[in-house]
Design a protein around this ligand. Sequence first.
Ligand SMILES: Cc1ncc(COP(=O)(O)OP(=O)(O)O)c(N)n1
Ligand SMILES: Cc1nc(C(=O)O)sc1CCOP(=O)(O)O
Ligand SMILES: [Mg+2]
Length: 220
Amino acid sequence: MPVDVRLNAILDPERAGGRPLVDLARAVVAGGATLLQLRDKLGTTRRMIDEARALVELLAPLGVPLVINDRVDVALAAGAAGVHLGPDDMAIEDARALLGPDAIVGHSIKTLDQAERVPLELIDYAGVGGVYATLSKDNPAAPMGPEGLAAIRAVLRRRAPLMPVVGIAGIEASNAAAVIAAGADGVAVISALSLAPDPEVAARTLRGLVDGVLAERAAG
Ligand SMILES: Cc1ncc(COP(=O)(O)OP(=O)(O)O)c(N)n1
Ligand SMILES: Cc1nc(C(=O)O)sc1CCOP(=O)(O)O
Ligand SMILES: [Mg+2]
């Protein structure tokens, strides 16, 4: 079954507004998040495994998968569902060999060239961006806009028609519908959820916007 990327909440302790990650996870899942990612760029390996284990314990009974950003070892140690990797992270082939066929392996696609070359048969979803400007990533690439996402999505659809595509970077309530209208199957979000006054409400709003455009697409 394809990974449900409709609302991909990325939890980053540097951008959690001081909230415990488990509290944030509980709130965004209550609001409709379908996939969670733990992204901790500064913590020790031990801290990251502790965070991941706590999230797995919360999410497993709720049926919401957790992927770990960058770190195959942390995913394995914590029993997470999989990983999200980018062009500078472990090669997809190596990650798949270590994690096995049932794990979720997501991969970033930032250019048309990557869309042509990434071994799509080994991944479960594509994170396409940066769509808009973001303050949540160091040295982000120039925003590609919904048009850039649509162009990458066209290449991915030709190569792997069922590959779920999730847009990332600067996505919030004001622009989420445009990302889905450009062809994404979901949105990946840090600040518009984690730094919202009420993350559960923010998740429900984003999920509603995504579902609305997906329903129009399904209706043809
Ligand atoms: C869903 C999703 N898409 C893209 C990314 C970015 O991954 P990467 O390019 O490896 O950058 P870092 O997140 O590691 O800084 C992502 N994390 N999630
Ligand atoms: C982790 C990440 N990767 C990006 C990319 O462009 O590849 S943008 C990003 C951060 C997204 O956070 P926010 O929702 O706060 O903009
Ligand atoms: Mg990475």
